[in-house]
Ligand binder design. Structure first.
Ligand code: KG4
Length: 342
């Protein structure tokens, strides 16, 4: 007799995306995300507005994910949900929904660390495609609006942060520089688009000199701001005249900082399987730098599909599938946590 399929519903609500996904026997059937445009006017995510939007979105998003997957809720084996880190009000919507849903169906709950989910996005399989999941151990550069880390991934549930930012995250620095230039939020995709038309050597910004594999981006942000102030004194339209070159030079500086430490870590640990994950992994310059490193240093690289770079529930569902196999469930009283390491 054929084994009953393992069907996991994943739920993600840690920041400003409400997402639900369904995975059957490790293969993704659906991934539905409602993003929140409401924050654009404020130049950043407003926590209170985010949790309100999650409340509106969660039921239709889960409903759509089940419908697109062609799965009835009674067929689900477990509900996996993002427990943290993230915005508490946002997390609470997903966590409470997951609890109610799992309890009503009498199925287990699986708590997922959002950062672990980003790293495991490389294991998402669509259809019959074999996918190209990295073998353990591999290195993962996890770069988002809230994190910049080099993670040594020894197993799906054994990850060690070997380097991380001591202040701002890479995405945060990009977003802030974009804001200073009056370009809008989120800055990442805007800077990316402008950078394609600019000269990356046009301007030079401060690069940090800190030991080990750690990162720092606050000095770069300040250097960008102070330089811009000086240039604006001479030419009030400096940004308009140079925005492509500014974007390209900023992007190059950030990519260089990220890759220098990652290259050193890969060399020291003798690891040639290197992945990138998180929102900033959508960046064209960073993706090109990965491809360049593959050619120059013999790395095998793993770059996620665009849809799995930013927050999504597919990565939560696949992490849930790994944990389900180990019967690693969580109790009903498990609280959300706003801060937690891998
Ligand atoms: O992983 P993510 O969606 O959210 C969390 O922070 O958890 O990452 C969002 C970050 C933002 O800072 C955004 O500006 C950046 O990813 N981002 C990009 C690009 N697309 C998104 N940064 C550079 N280039 C992009 N194409």
């Amino acid at each position: 007799m054929k084994d009953k399929p393992i069907i996991i519903l994943g739920i993600e609500s840690s920041c400003d995306d409400t997402s639900a996904a369904v995975i059957r026997d490790g293969v993704l059937l659906s991934n539905v995300t409602a993003s929140q445009a409401v924050h654009e006017a404020y130049g950043g995510v407003v926590p209170e507005l985010a949790s309100r939007a999650h409340q509106l979105n969660i039921v239709p998003v889960v409903d759509q994910a089940l419908k697109r997957a062609g799965i009835a809720k009674e067929e689900l084996s477990a509900v996996a949900f993002t427990r943290g880190p993230g915005l508490m009000g946002s997390l609470l919507v997903g966590v409470s929904f997951a609890k109610g849903f799992a309890a009503s169906l009498g199925i287990p709950m699986i708590d997922v660390n959002h950062l672990q989910g980003h790293v495991l996005a490389h294991f998402i399989k669509e259809g019959d495609q074999g996918g190209s999941a990295p073998p353990f151990p591999f290195l993962c550069l996890l770069v988002s609006g809230g994190n910049s880390q080099i993670v040594l991934v020894k197993a799906y549930n054994d990850m060690q942060i070997i380097g991380q930012t001591i202040d701002d995250a890479a995405g945060e620095a990009i977003d802030k520089c974009s804001k200073v230039m009056g370009l809008g939020y989120p800055g990442g995709p805007i800077i990316d688009r402008l950078a394609r038309q600019g000269n990356p050597e046009a301007f030079t910004f401060a690069k940090p000199a800190i030991p080990g594999y750690d990162y720092s981006f606050s000095g770069l942000k300040t250097s960008f701001l102070y330089n811009l102030r000086d240039w604006l004194k001479d030419d009030p339209d400096f940004i308009e005249h140079h925005k492509e070159d500014l974007a390209a030079s900023l992007e190059k500086t950030i990519v260089d900082i990220l890759m220098n430490k990652l290259r050193r870590a890969a060399k020291d640990l003798k690891i040639k399987h290197v992945a990138v994950a998180g929102g900033v992994s959508a960046n064209t310059g960073l993706r090109e730098a990965f491809k360049d490193h593959a050619r120059r240093y013999g790395w095998t690289i793993y770059i996620p599909k665009f849809s799995y770079t930013t927050d999504n529930a597919a990565m939560i569902a696949i992490t849930g599938a790994f944990k389900f196999a180990d019967k690693d469930f969580c109790p009903m009283e498990a609280p959300a946590y706003s801060r937690v390491e891998l």
